[in-house]
Design a protein around this ligand. Structure first.
Ligand code: ADE
Ligand code: ZN
Length: 338
């Protein structure tokens, strides 16, 4: 471990862009398949990993949705969530905001309450046992219809107080944010915070739509906004938080090499950038690995890494008390880290 790796390991941080279903490691997938009598096309961890070779977002999504088929009971969702929390705790994540895709489960006959109940019990245990605070963000699948989105919002209402916000994920190309303008307006009226994936593969116009038509409080990915200087200036002025996912961008071929990643340019443009893992079981690294890989590839120094960690708290949906406590921990660490 280099000195910089040690610095990163100790840095208190928040993760703001992580799909729970994307933290399903092959070993757990196989174990749950066995527990639930589900057939998978892979018999071993190695065979599953060999299939994780993607040219674009859709290649990944096809495997990601197939993987979700092993998740059936509240215990499965608990085990999935707990495995992630135990892992990210070792990266010194003190706060996490997790996406989940209810439509990937309700379409298979798994009840909303089963999904959220299992996730919640693990979040509660992490709060009690590890002091990790958390928020849940319900993502609508953008390849499905607006009507299906509205039905999902309705199904979420009994759990309104346990869901901080709504998001938009899945296949970006051909499914612009404008398709969900009315759904997001309704979610906003109900008091949900709003985020959306935009500019991962889609053009800068999709980012503009996410801001103007969905009223987003935070932007997931956003990389392609850089192609439009006027948009960058607007996002800088509004202090929009970007949840950037370096290893995801590499594995989905948004960048050919991590050395070409736009994160440094985003920081230099004054954007509020954060580092996240997206789907760590599929993209080869959890939160700490994303920090280490991007620091190495772009030659980021301690000050830049501290900014990324600070941004993760500033851009989070923590309460003001939680945020000031987290920033205090970060400042205390920076004051003592050699
Ligand atoms: N669902 C899970 N991961 C995703 C990603 N990176 N982009 C869009 N939808 C997703
Ligand atoms: Zn994502």
């Amino acid at each position: 471990m280099t000195a910089l790796d040690g610095f990163i390991a100790g840095l208190p941080k928040a993760e703001l862009h992580m799909h729970l279903e994307g933290s399903l490691e092959p070993a757990l997938m196989l174990a749950l398949a066995k527990r639930n009598g589900v057939e998978l096309p892979y018999a071993t961890v190695e065979a599953a990993e060999a299939a994780y070779d993607f040219d674009e977002l859709q290649d990944f999504l096809d495997l990601y949705y197939r993987g979700t088929s092993v998740l059936r009971t509240a215990e499965d969702f608990h085990d999935l969530t707990w495995a992630y929390l135990e892992r990210v705790r070792r990266d010194n994540a003190i706060h996490v905001e997790l996406f989940f895709d209810p439509q990937a489960h309700t379409a298979r006959g798994v009840a909303f309450v089963t999904v959220i109940g299992g996730i919640e019990s693990a979040l509660l245990a992490a709060r009690r046992q590890c002091g990790i605070t958390s928020r849940l963000i319900l993502c609508f699948l953008r390849h499905l219809s607006e009507a299906e989105g509205f039905a999902t919002l309705e199904a979420a209402l009994p759990f309104r107080d346990r869901i901080a916000g709504v998001g938009l994920d899945s296949s970006e190309r051909g499914h612009p944010p404008s398709k969900f303008a009315r759904l997001f307006r309704k979610a906003g009226e109900l008091g949900f915070l709003r985020v959306a994936h935009a500019g991962e593969e889609g053009p800068p116009d999709y980012v503009r739509e996410a801001v103007d038509l969905l009223g987003i409080d935070r932007l997931d990915h956003g990389n392609r906004a850089l192609e439009d200087p006027a948009l960058v200036e607007r996002l800088r002025k509004m202090q929009m938080t970007f949840t950037v996912c370096p290893l995801s961008n590499l594995r989905l071929k948004g960048v050919a090499r991590l050395e070409d990643h736009p994160l440094r340019r985003m920081l230099e443009a004054g954007l509020r950038v954060t580092v996240n893992s997206d789907d760590p079981a599929y993209f080869g690294g959890y939160l700490g690995e994303n920090y280490r890989a991007i620091a190495r590839a772009l030659g980021l120094d301690r000050a830049a890494l501290a900014t990324l960690a600070r941004n993760s708290f500033l851009g989070s949906f923590m309460t003001p008390e939680e945020r000031s406590a987290a920033l205090g921990r970060l400042d205390a660490y920076l004051a003592t880290a050699g």
